[in-house]
Structures are given as structure tokens and as C-alpha cells.
Design a protein around this ligand. Structure first.
Ligand SMILES: C[S@@+](CC[C@H](N)C(=O)[O-])C[C@H]1O[C@@H](n2cnc3c(N)ncnc32)[C@H](O)[C@@H]1O
Length: 336
């Protein structure tokens, strides 16, 4: 039995023209069959993405690849909310990582944006290129985002589209990314406040919570939290249940908006490189006291004096320090 035929549609979708006539792929393994029996819940407002996505997937004749994190969005109202969170408007330049079948791309282009899409899967890259060929609003790079020089691509696109007004000077990122490259995406994009103003991502819910709202003094509080808050103001927007994706992942997702700081607004440190090197060393010995882990930077009494200066006990461990505390600690130690 073709695998798409095995979906059970909820009432809202069942009323729309059935996809049962369209499927052309066939299941080849029991694991595919098991995944295909997932139940899809979509909102009544989203028949278009549901059908467009499944039809597009059928046309590529390929089953979504787990290694590429291919969990496609079936709910157009979530795509609209993603664009809405980034306030995408006419004239914007938007980077989309992993356009897939183009359901989010469609919303971005409809909102009036020019989109640069980076897609690793050559089949999906051709599909999305073809889908929007007539609009002139989409440029697709068939590349692995983790290996591409996104800054230079954005600058040359901004140059060619002559987007220099105060309104369009900063580009935006709006993407439903594969969960397995989340860390790389965050690490590459957040320090690019000279290019992007907003980075709005659909992430695994657990990752979203860890990045935005980790509890201090917990194992969730890490080096990456200092990094995220150094370069941006992050906000957890809303949870997206797993049933909105095809194939359904084993986890829920969430939308996070990172408002990027411009370089002039980064916390004042003498050297960003040495600051993060210190933060790294501190969290490498997470359970150890800072006066031990930072000994390669300053002698123990100096670290104790620095901690005292910022009102912290000599026994402090990294999970007890805020971004501001780390900035003060770094500046004190490097000044000595
Ligand atoms: C979670 S799917 C999202 C697809 C589409 N945006 C949607 O919302 O339905 C992730 C997409 O990213 C692509 N992808 C996976 N790894 C990638 C990488 N390293 N660089 C660029 N694209 C990648 C996949 O092929 C897939 O199209």
C-alpha cells in the first residue's frame, strides 16, 4: 500500500479533497510503515500546505530522509506565525535554511520578501527552485549550511538587490531547520548582528527551552547560554506539537526569536575571543570552582579578589554567574 495512503486524517482535514487519490510512493520497509501510521493534526486554515507538501513530496518520489532532518511542516498557520514573529514585510531580505518543499518560502514570498534559501538536498533544491521560478523572488543555493559562507552570500545579494535603506539594511532569518544542525546555526548566525536583525527558528522544544530559559545552578546552564545572551535577546514564542510535521518527529518543537544585538551593543569586553575562551574554560570544569579552572589566566588569589569585587563568594562555580558577572570577571582579570 502506498505509504501516504496510510495517514488517518482528523476531522478538519478529512473534509478537504482527499490525498488518497494522489500518492505514488510505496513503502519499502516495516519502519516506514510504522512511521506512516502517525496521525496528522492540522488546523482548518491549512489545507493548502497539507496538500501542497504531500503532493510535492510525492513528485520527488523520495521518502523524507532522517539524516537530513526532513520533517516537513503541514500547518500553514504556523508558517504564517513564523513570518509574523519576524515581522516579514515587503522589501525584506530573508534567509531560509532548508526550504524543503517551499511551504514556508511561499509565505515569505507572499509577504513581499526576497528569499535566499540554502538547501542541502539536491532534489528539494530543484523542486523549490522550480516551484518559485516565475516569481523572481527566490535564490536557491544547493549547499550545506554548516559549510557555506553565509555572510558573503547575504552581502552580495543585498548589493545586487540594492537593499540599503534604513528599512531593508538588515536581513532576517526565518527557518524550520533540521534539529541536528541547530547548534551550528545558532553559533553561526547570532554573531552576525551587522547583517541580520532577527533570527526566528523552529527548534526542538527542549533545545529552545535550554537556549532561552535555562535555570542557573542547573546542569542546563552552559557556555552556549552566555553566548546566546552576549549576542542576542532571545525569546521563547510558542510550542509546536510534533503532530504538525510529516513525518512526525519523536519530539515537539518550539519557535524562538533571537533579536540580534548590533556589534556596538555587545557587552564591553577587551577581547571577545579571550572572553569566550575564559567562559569555555570555566564551563569545561563545570563542577569545579572558578579559582581552580581559571588558574591558567590568573593566580588563585587574583581570581578570589575578582570574585569578591563583583560580590561573589570565592567558592563560585560557573553555573552561579550571569553574563554580566562573567564580563566583570573577565575585565577584572585581564586588567590586572
Ligand atoms: C525540517 S525540514 C523543513 C523543510 C521546510 N522548511 C518545511 O518547513 O517544511 C529541514 C530541511 O532542511 C534541509 N537540510 C538538512 N540539512 C541541511 C543543511 N545542512 N543545510 C541546508 N539544508 C539542510 C532538509 O533537506 C530539509 O529540506
Amino acid at each position: 500500500m502506498p505509504w501516504l495512503m496510510q495517514f488517518q486524517l482528523p476531522l478538519t482535514a478529512a473534509a478537504t479533497p482527499s490525498i488518497k487519490r494522489k500518492p505514488s510512493l510505496s513503502a519499502s520497509s516495516s519502519s516506514l510503515k510504522r512511521r506512516a501510521t502517525s496521525r496528522i493534526i492540522i488546523s482548518a486554515r491549512s489545507p493548502d500546505d497539507y496538500h501542497a507538501t504531500l503532493k510535492a513530496l510525492n513528485s520527488t518520489n523520495r521518502f523524507p530522509r532522517k539524516s537530513l532532518g526532513q520533517h516537513y511542516m503541514l500547518n500553514s498557520s504556523i508558517n504564517e506565525q513564523l513570518a509574523g514573529v519576524a515581522r516579514v514585510k515587503e522589501g525584506d531580505l530573508v534567509l531560509e535554511i532548508g526550504p524543503g518543499t517551499g511551504s514556508l518560502t511561499n509565505v515569505l514570498i507572499e509577504a513581499g520578501a526576497t528569499v535566499l534559501a540554502i538547501e542541502k538536498d539536491p532534489h528539494m533544491a530543484s523542486l523549490v527552485k522550480e516551484r518559485f521560478a516565475s516569481t523572481g523572488s527566490l535564490m536557491v543555493l544547493e549547499q550545506d549550511f554548516t559549510k557555506c559562507h553565509i555572510g558573503s552570500h547575504m552581502l552580495s545579494l543585498r548589493e545586487s538587490k540594492k537593499l540599503f535603506s534604513a528599512e531593508t539594511r538588515f536581513a532576517k532569518v526565518v527557518s524550520n531547520i533540521p534539529f541536528n544542525i541547530s547548534k551550528n546555526v545558532v553559533q553561526q548566525l547570532l554573531p552576525m548582528g551587522d547583517i541580520f536583525s532577527d533570527v526566528v527558528l523552529l527548534l526542538q522544544d527542549e533545545t529552545a527551552m535550554r537556549l532561552v530559559e535555562p535555570s542557573m545552578r542547573s546542569s542546563e546552564y552552559r557556555h552556549i547560554n552566555i553566548f546566546v545572551n552576549f549576542y542576542s535577546d532571545p525569546e521563547y514564542k510558542f510550542k509546536v506539537p510534533r503532530a504538525n510535521f510529516f513525518p512526525q518527529p519523536n519530539v515537539d518543537a518550539a519557535v524562538v526569536a533571537f533579536k540580534l544585538k548590533q556589534p556596538a551593543d555587545y557587552p564591553s569586553v577587551s577581547s571577545v575571543k579571550s572572553f569566550f575562551s575564559m567562559v569555555n574554560s570555566a564551563f569545561n570544569g563545570k563542577r569545579k570552582m572558578l579559582r581552580k579552572t581559571l588558574q591558567h589566566l590568573a593566580a588563585s588569589p587574583e581570581i578570589k579578589a575578582a570574585l569578591d569585587n563583583i560580590g561573589l563568594p570565592a567558592t563560585s562555580r560557573p553555573e552561579e554567574l550571569t553574563l554580566d558577572d562573567f564580563v566583570k570577571l573577565h575585565n577584572y582579570i585581564t586588567k590586572v
